[in-house]
Ligand binder design. Structure first.
Ligand code: A2P
Length: 338
């Protein structure tokens, strides 16, 4: 692979900074970096690849000549700038949700649907973090027995709301320890010693936008419009790594032993399933690394008799800033350029 000119839109945010670390760790062939942010970060410097790089206020003219632009900014900023980059012939990989369901834009998890990168017309979308973690965890099971229905409950870390989310949890813990009353700004309620069953706004069926992503993005990546997903997304007072409890109904029979055998070999997955030895996924265990840990694999005791042999429940955890965002985006870039 030739050395590439790489830009990052939103380079100073939680995901943008993690993208830089992942590019460096994976020895992505970077000839030049252009780091774009808002006006408040203009002129700051970030060290990466043994050099200091200047952060520029975003100016689309500076996209010209780039091979790759990684998007790590909010939807409105993505929509303002990324189509301009694609028009200039720059390959874009965007982490926002702006283009994920656009039929012209591939939505890709490299372990699940790598072939879809070939359909790019300039922009490829990186899926929602909880969706990346769930589908990476169940991808090998789906290939073997085909999932018909998923029931998912998520336990999502505060870093999913960016650096401000982490600061809010830490500040609240500190305030409470001094007998002060926290004043939530990022989350709807106090998140310290609490949990909040709302991430995003609710639709007419009273599912939140985060919950609908699991079904809508899952269907797109598995190329299966009939996939049924019931998801409940919950924000929990964890700094990093999302956890998910998943119950699956398959088209064909699959045993917990077969699931373990498949997951032991599955790309991007670490089987961590010896519950009697205290070995199961937990967010502290899975933070700051790239694998999706899967454990607690067992039958669904509530499945109707005729579906019992086609049912499984499991628990998975992964670092959502890495595999759920930055690492997945860099893996897509590797598929495109390697
Ligand atoms: P800045 O540091 O200047 O605010 P996060 O989601 O972690 O808060 O990160 C958001 C990223 O998007 C940051 O890098 C932020 O830069 C960047 N950003 C914010 N506003 C703009 C803008 N108007 N144009 C380009 N990037 C922006």
């Amino acid at each position: 692979m030739k050395d590439l000119k790489v830009g990052i839109l939103g380079a100073t945010g939680a995901v943008g900074r993690q993208m830089l670390t992942v590019l460096e760790e994976r020895q992505f062939p970077v000839e030049e970096l252009r780091l774009f942010a808002g006006s408040r970060s203009k002129g700051s410097r970030i060290s990466c690849f043994g050099k200091e790089w200047l952060v520029e206020e975003t100016d689309p003219e500076r996209f010209r000549g780039l091979d790759l632009l990684l998007g790590a900014a909010e939807n409105d900023i993505a929509m303002k700038y990324l189509p301009l980059a694609a028009e200039m012939g720059v390959q874009v990989v965007d982490n926002s949700s702006a283009y994920r369901l656009d039929p012209e834009v591939p939505l890709v998890i490299p372990e699940i649907n790598p072939e879809d990168v070939g359909r790019t017309k300039g922009i490829i979308a990186n899926p929602n973090c909880a969706t990346i973690i769930a589908l990476t965890a169940v991808g090998a099971l789906h290939r073997y027995a085909r999932i018909r229905r998923m029931i998912v409950s998520t336990y999502q870390a505060v870093s999913g709301a960016g650096k401000d989310g982490i600061d809010e949890l830490l500040n609240e813990v500190s305030a409470l320890s001094q007998g002060q009353k926290p004043e939530p700004k990022v989350f709807q309620y106090q998140i310290a010693y609490n949990l909040i069953p709302q991430i995003g706004g609710f639709n007419e069926l009273l599912y939140s936008s985060e919950e609908m992503k699991m079904q809508n993005e899952g269907r797109k990546m598995l190329h299966d419009e009939k996939l049924l997903v019931n998801c409940t997304c919950v924000r929990v007072p964890i700094i990093r790594s999302h956890s998910e409890s998943i119950t699956l109904e398959f088209e064909r029979e699959i045993s917990p032993e077969k699931a373990r055998e498949l997951l032991a070999e599955a790309p991007g997955v670490k089987l961590w399933d010896e519950p009697n030895e205290g070995k199961y996924p937990m967010p502290l265990l899975t933070s700051d690394q790239d694998l999706v840990y899967v454990g607690r694999i067992r039958r669904d005791l509530s499945a109707p008799k005729e579906l019992y042999d086609r049912s499984l429940s499991l628990f998975c955890c992964a670092d959502q800033v890495r595999k759920g965002a930055a690492t997945n985006a860099v893996q897509i870039a590797e598929l495109l350029f390697r």
